[in-house]
Design a protein around this ligand. Structure first.
Ligand code: SF4
Length: 424
C-alpha cells in the first residue's frame, strides 16, 4: 500500500509556495497526500525561524503528532534546517532534515516508491507546483536574500539571492491564466531586487512583461524600501493589472534603530517613497511590518515609530516583538528592552493601527469595488477586493454568481480590516 504524507506549513507566502512544490515532488516519489496529519506515515513541517513564537509552534506540533501517532515519521524543511541546536534538541523525534533547495534530489533523502519516473532537477523552482487554489496563487520569482538585516535568519537559512529566468516566470504565469486563474502574486524575499542578467531585465521590466499577459490581478511581495526605484514607482501608475496594494516593511521609525537593523534607509527616505507611491496610486492600501523592542530601542525611538505610523496612515501594520534569532548579528547585541515594555509597545501600536484602519475603511463606504469570490456560505460570499481587502458580500435576489470569478460590489459597511457589501 502507498505510504501517505501530510504537509504543515508555518509562516510566509514563500513557505506556502514551497509547500506546493514539495507536494508535487512527494507525489512524483510515489507518496500519497492525506488531509489528516494523524493518519499520515510522514509529516513534513515547512518551518519558519523568523520569530521565537514560530519556532515554539514547531515543538508543540511535533509533540502533538507523536502523541497521536508515535509511528509517524517527521521531516523538517524550511528556515530551521540550518540550526544545529534545534537538530540536537529534536534528534529523537525528527528523522529527515532537508533544505528546500534540496527538493530536486529528494529521492536521495526520503524513501522513493516510484524510482523509474524521477527526473533529476537542478533548481527546485523548476518543479511544477501542486497548486492549492484554482483561482489565486503564488509564483516565486527567486529565492534567498543578500541584505543581512541584523535580526533576520533568511540569508543564512535560504542562502544568497537567486532569480528565475524571466521566460520561465512568464510561461508559468501564462499557463495559470490559461487555466482561468484570476490572481497571481509573484513572490521572493526581496522581489524588487529581481534581475534576469542574461536578458537585461530588472523587476520593473519583468512586471511590464507580466502585465501584458491578460486581464487579471497581479500582486507582488515582499519589497525592500531601498530597492523601490523611481522607474518601478512610475510603472505602478501605468500598469493595467497591478492591484493597488503595497506591502513595504519599514520595521522602525527611528533612524538609529534602522541603522542597527542594517536596513540601509532612513525614516525620511521611507516617507518620501510613500509620498511618491501615493502620487501614482492615491487609493493605495498600504501595509507594513514593524519590530518593537529591538536592542537599544528607547522610548524616544518608539515615539518616532508611533509618529511615522500616525503620519503615513497605514491600513495594516504587522507588529512583532523582537526576539533574538541565533546566528544573526542582532543576537550578539544585548536584548535590553524588557518583555513587559515590548508587550506594551506592541499593544499601543496595534490599538493605534486598528483605530486608523477603521477610519480608512469607513471612508470607503458607498464605493464600488471589484470582488474575487472565494467561498460561499448560504446567500453570502467571502472574497477580497481589487485592493486586497477581505469582504463579505450578499447577493441581490434571483441572481447567481460563480465562485472563482470577479464581480462588482458596493461597500455598505466596514470594520478595521474587512468590508461588507452587496454584489451588483
Ligand atoms: S530583506 Fe532583510 S528581513 Fe527581508 S529576508 Fe532579507 S534579510 Fe530578511
Amino acid at each position: 500500500m502507498a505510504k501517505t504524507y501530510h504537509i504543515i506549513t508555518i509562516g510566509c507566502a514563500m513557505n506556502q509556495s514551497d509547500s506546493e512544490r514539495l507536494a508535487s515532488r512527494l507525489n512524483e516519489l510515489g507518496w500519497c497526500r492525506v488531509s489528516d496529519c494523524h493518519r499520515a506515515d510522514l509529516v513534513v513541517l515547512v518551518t519558519c525561524g523568523v520569530r521565537q513564537s514560530a519556532e515554539d509552534r514547531i515543538y508543540g506540533l511535533i509533540n502533538q503528532i507523536k502523541k497521536a501517532n508515535p509511528k509517524t515519521a517527521i521531516a523538517i524543511t524550511g528556515c530551521l534546517v540550518y540550526r544545529q541546536d534545534i537538530k540536537t534538541k529534536l534528534q529523537d523525534k525528527v528523522i529527515y532534515w532537508f533544505s528546500i533547495n534540496e527538493l530536486g534530489r529528494l529521492e536521495q533523502i526520503l524513501p522513493c516508491y516510484n524510482p523509474d519516473n524521477i527526473k533529476p532537477i537542478k533548481d527546485y523552482l523548476e518543479i511544477m507546483p501542486d497548486y492549492k487554489s484554482r483561482v489565486s496563487t503564488f509564483v516565486p520569482i527567486g529565492n534567498g536574500c543578500n541584505n543581512f538585516c541584523s535580526y533576520c535568519v533568511v540569508p543564512y537559512a535560504r542562502g544568497r539571492e537567486i532569480y528565475r529566468p524571466a521566460q520561465d516566470i512568464i510561461v508559468e504565469v501564462q499557463q495559470l491564466l490559461n487555466k482561468g486563474y484570476q490572481e497571481i502574486t509573484i513572490i521572493a524575499q526581496n522581489v524588487n531586487s529581481y534581475k534576469d542578467e542574461l536578458n537585461g531585465l530588472d523587476f520593473t521590466g519583468l512586471l511590464e512583461k507580466l502585465d501584458s499577459l491578460g486581464d487579471y490581478w497581479l500582486r507582488f511581495a515582499t519589497s525592500h524600501p531601498k530597492d523601490m526605484s523611481d522607474r518601478l514607482i512610475n510603472f505602478l501608475g501605468q500598469s493595467h493589472n497591478l492591484i493597488h496594494h503595497l506591502h513595504l516593511p519599514v520595521q522602525s521609525g527611528s533612524n538609529k534603530i534602522l541603522k542597527a537593523m542594517n536596513r540601509n534607509y532612513t525614516a525620511e527616505y521611507y516617507r518620501t517613497l510613500i509620498n511618491k507611491v501615493r502620487q501614482q496610486w492615491p487609493d493605495i492600501i498600504l501595509t507594513t511590518d514593524i519590530i518593537v523592542g529591538f536592542p537599544g530601542e528607547t522610548d524616544k525611538d518608539f515615539a518616532d515609530t508611533i509618529q511615522l505610523v500616525k503620519d503615513l496612515k497605514f491600513d495594516q501594520v504587522y507588529v512583532a516583538r523582537y526576539s533574538p534569532r541565533p546566528g544573526t548579528l542582532a543576537a550578539k547585541m544585548a536584548d535590553d528592552v524588557p518583555a513587559q515594555v515590548k508587550k506594551k509597545r506592541e499593544q499601543q501600536l496595534n490599538q493605534m493601527v486598528i483605530a486608523g484602519a477603521l477610519k480608512n475603511r469607513q471612508a470607503q463606504i458607498g464605493q464600488r469595488v471589484m470582488v474575487l469570490l472565494e467561498e460561499q456560505r448560504g446567500d453570502c460570499y467571502f472574497g477580497h477586493t481589487d485592493h486586497g481587502l477581505q469582504i463579505l458580500v450578499t447577493t441581490p435576489e434571483k441572481k447567481s454568481y460563480t465562485l472563482g470569478l470577479r464581480y462588482f460590489a458596493q461597500i455598505t459597511s466596514a470594520r478595521s480590516f474587512s468590508l461588507a457589501g452587496q454584489l451588483l
